[in-house]
Structure formats: C-alpha cells, structure tokens
Write a protein that binds this ligand. Structure first.
Ligand code: RRO
Length: 298
C-alpha cells in the first residue's frame, strides 16, 4: 500500500488531470464503476476562478504515438465546481485531489482557500503548466514566480500541495526546487509538450487554437528524463506521467524515483486502462528482486 503525502492508497496508479471524466463515467457505468475504479486516487479536471467554455473545436488531433489537445480549460468555475461537481466526485471510492489554476496570486489564493475548506478534498494540485491558456505570466516557467506563489499559498492550508510542472522549459528541475523551497509537498510531471499539426485536408492547423499540447507514448522518454532530473534535485515525492500505457512503463517511472504514476492518454483508448496498468505493475514489481539478483550474479 503506497503512502503519498500522508494519504494511504491501494496502489500507485492515479489519473492525469483532465483525462478521465469520472462524473460521465458514473452516468454510463453506474455504481459498477465503483467495484473496479481504475485509479487509487482521483485528480479532477483543472478548475479556474470563473467559469470557462473552453476552446473552439477541433480540440484533439491524433498524432503518431500520441495526440495533441487544446481543450482550453472548460469548467464551471470555483463556485460551480464546489456546488455541483465536488459532491459527485466525493462519492468516488478513492481520495480526491482537486486541480486548480489561476493567472495571479490573489485568485490562486481564493481557489486554494475555497477548495481546502472542504473535507472531501485530500490534496490540491496546482496547475502552473497548462499550455493552452493565454496568461501574461506563466508562473510555472519561472522558478522565482513558482516559489513566490507557493509562499503565498502554503499558509492557507495544511493539505498537501502538489505542483504540476511544465516540460516546456530548459530546466524543469529548477522549477521543482523552487516549488519545494516554497513549501510544496510534491511535484507531478509532465504536463503536455507544446506541439502543432496541420490538417492535410486543408493545410491549416488541425487544432482550432492553432497549437496544443502533445501527450501519449511519443513523449514517454522525455517525461522519464525530466523525472530523473527532478528526482536528483528535490527530496519531495514525485508523481510521474507521460505516455504510460503498461505496467512496464509504470515500473520505469517508479524505478526512476516516482512514488505514484499517472495514466492519461491511454484512458482515452481504454477507460479501464488504470486498473490494467495497476495489475501489470504489481507483477512487474514482484519481478524486480529477481532482476536485481540476476544482476548480482553476473
Ligand atoms: O485544458 C487544457 O487544454 C489542458 C490543460 Br488545463 C493542461 O494542463 N494540459 C493540457 O494538455 N491541456
């Protein structure tokens, strides 16, 4: 049973924020969903202070071994989330981690205070890395801004604060160190990599917003390298993600120092992928001692 920031979990596989709509899944699968819920904790889709409609379609485009998205944060806003979504998410059979973002410290503080006040919330993920919204300041690209944000938010709650890192910087480890120094309890990585595709039928950008974020198996080696760099730089626990689609992939991230792994794009192909990957990971982990022994015998 892994322990993450004081939260006991059944296994190390959670979802990547925004890649699994648990409220829709409950509507489709009913209470059967709870019998084999695919994740050991649920991370909700990022919310913002005010409601947003999200970007114009097309929002998703498949690429070799991955996909590009520019969803643009559709959500009900803080008050709508607390009133309508949170009570439904609280019924899930696993701890709830709420993902939040804002474009300035005052709004971020309002979000964290509002979310943290609810007993149903186990932890808060601070999304400082969405590639698809325009804000004057992308906090997560600048270590100084990240540290100052954490220093403002840390006194507001005793609940774990997880900082979601962007991969779109030269040194994600510098941002991770800043998050740790500001008082973060954990970091999660990676968010999606800035990417574009043209629709061959029109010669125009395939995504209406013009560009988006790349995810899926194509990004896995980049995610793994960034995880290793961050692991070497900070002491706090890591949630590793980026193209994980099997237990063997998950085991790689854990071997590189992740406490938890998150499944994202693979859940679009198979909504039960989280359960499969958790089972495969258990088998992989039971093989590790044999592998280590083999190395020692060589
Ligand atoms: O909603 C999105 O377009 C989105 C978000 Br908030 C994010 O953090 N990462 C991403 O790839 N898409």
């Amino acid at each position: 049973m892994p322990e993450f920031c004081g939260i006991e979990l059944d296994h190390p596989v959670v979802n990547a924020s925004g890649t699994y709509d648990a409220i829709a899944a409950r509507r489709v699968f009913g209470d059967e969903l709870f019998g084999d819920f695919p994740f050991s904790a649920f991370v909700s889709k990022t919310i913002t202070p005010e409601a947003r409609a999200g970007n114009e379609p097309r929002r998703i485009w498949e690429t070799p071994a991955g996909m590009i998205n520019s969803i643009g944060l559709p959500n009900k806003g803080l008050d709508g989330f607390l009133a309508e979504d949170l009570p439904q998410l609280a019924e899930l059979p696993v701890p709830l981690i709420v993902s939040a973002m804002a474009t300035n410290r005052e709004d971020f503080s309002r979000m964290v205070a509002g979310v943290a006040a609810r007993d149903e919330v186990a932890a808060i993920e601070l999304n400082v890395s969405c590639p698809n919204v325009h804000s004057g300041l992308i906090v997560g690209e600048q270590p100084g801004e990240t540290e100052a944000l954490l220093e403002a938010l840390r006194p507001l709650t005793g609940k774990p604060l997880i900082v979601k890192l962007t991969p779109n910087v030269a040194n994600p480890e510098a941002v991770a160190v800043a998050a740790e120094e500001g008082g973060a309890d954990a970091v999660s990585l990676i968010n999606t990599l800035k990417a574009s595709a043209l629709d061959p039928a029109t010669g125009k950008p395939a995504i209406a917003a013009g560009h988006g974020g790349l995810s899926g198996p194509a990004v896995r080696p980049i995610a793994l390298q960034q995880l290793r760099a961050v692991r070497a730089a900070v002491e706090i626990p890591l949630v590793g993600m980026g193209g994980i689609s099997s237990g063997a992939d998950a085991a790689e991230f854990i071997a590189a120092g992740a406490t938890l792994v998150a499944v994202g794009t693979e859940s679009f192909r198979d909504p039960q992928a989280g359960s499969r990957i958790a089972k495969e990971l258990e088998t992989e982990m039971s093989r590790v001692p044999a592998r280590v022994q083999a190395l020692h015998l060589e």
